[in-house]
Design a protein around this ligand. Structure first.
Ligand code: PTJ
Length: 254
């Protein structure tokens, strides 16, 4: 039972923290994932803990890009598995995406626990578990280089939520389009992805699913135009302006 009073002014944010801690207790999240949550919380605070205009445009572009993909894959780490297991499965079903477990702090037991949670939430097939299907993605130093030869290796569009590292650049060099969720607009992943959704994944995932549902009725030309017109660098700058405006407003109140 949660100890957080519903009336607490930051109840939503504290409940997200609780979800991650219980994901850690269930063996889904790495210890370091708790620190990653703290980094995210700091940026969410600066954003005013709400989905901004620039995040909404990134979500629309991401939906178009996923719908245009021949083989989209959602890459799952411990943090996203703890925060959004239901939404990962819903997004995969809505868009025909595959789901692959890919960890920075690689650990077979944790991989299995993550796969079990996804299965409990309705996933049929989970890639990244079968050691006979391993392939290596070049240009990555960490365990994230180990991918599934029927998943990330073949994918044309990959969703890589909640990570800061060298994988996005390596995926792009391999000719793939990368979509990320990251509250930090300055992280390496944010700066190198094709589409960065600067928002808390717990808010943005459902919005992305809704957007995919809506855009699935549009034709290919419209989707291509939405994806083509999106400029990630420009969107990240707009996001930083939103943060600055928010800070100015708050410091006036203080
Ligand atoms: O489960 P593993 O072994 O793969 O490890 C996962 C972590 C998250 C530890 C690892 O992949 C990692 O890269 O952690 P970092 O370097 O701290 O990067 C995490 C990024 O996610 C940071 O830029 C945070 O700002 C961001 N972040 C954290 N929580 C959220 C978030 N972005 C959106 N929504 C969140 N809830």
């Amino acid at each position: 039972m949660s100890l957080i009073p519903k009336s607490h002014p930051r109840a939503k944010s504290l409940l997200i923290r609780e979800k991650l801690v219980s994901g850690f207790d269930m063996g889904l999240v790495a210890k370091e994932g708790l620190l990653a949550q703290g980094r995210g919380e700091a940026f969410d605070y600066l954003l005013g803990e709400k989905t901004g205009k620039s995040a909404k445009s990134a979500i629309k572009a991401a939906a178009a890009q996923i719908l245009l993909a021949k083989m989209p894959v959602i890459s799952v780490n411990g943090n996203i598995a703890a925060l959004c297991p239901k939404e990962i499965v819903r997004l995969a079903k809505q868009t025909g995406s595959k789901i692959e477990v890919n960890l920075f702090y690689s650990n077979e037991k944790r991989k299995k626990s993550i796969a079990n949670v996804l299965k409990k939430n309705g996933a049929n097939e989970i890639l990244g578990l079968d050691s006979t299907k391993k392939a290596i993605l070049s240009g990555i130093d960490s365990a994230r280089r180990i991918v599934d030869k029927n998943g990330i290796l073949l994918a044309d569009v990959i969703v890589v939520p909640l990570e800061d590292g060298d994988r996005t650049l390596a995926l792009k060099k391999a000719g793939k389009k990368v979509i990320t969720f990251d509250l930090n607009p300055l992280s390496r992943t944010s700066q190198t992805a094709n589409i960065t959704i600067v928002d808390n994944v717990t808010r943005a995932m459902s919005l992305l699913i809704e957007s995919c549902k809506k855009l699935s009725k549009k034709n290919k030309n419209t989707l291509e135009r939405i994806a083509r017109e999106f400029d990630n660098k420009k969107n990240l700058s707009e996001n930083i302006i939103e943060i600055k405006k928010n800070l100015t407003k708050r410091s006036r109140i203080a």
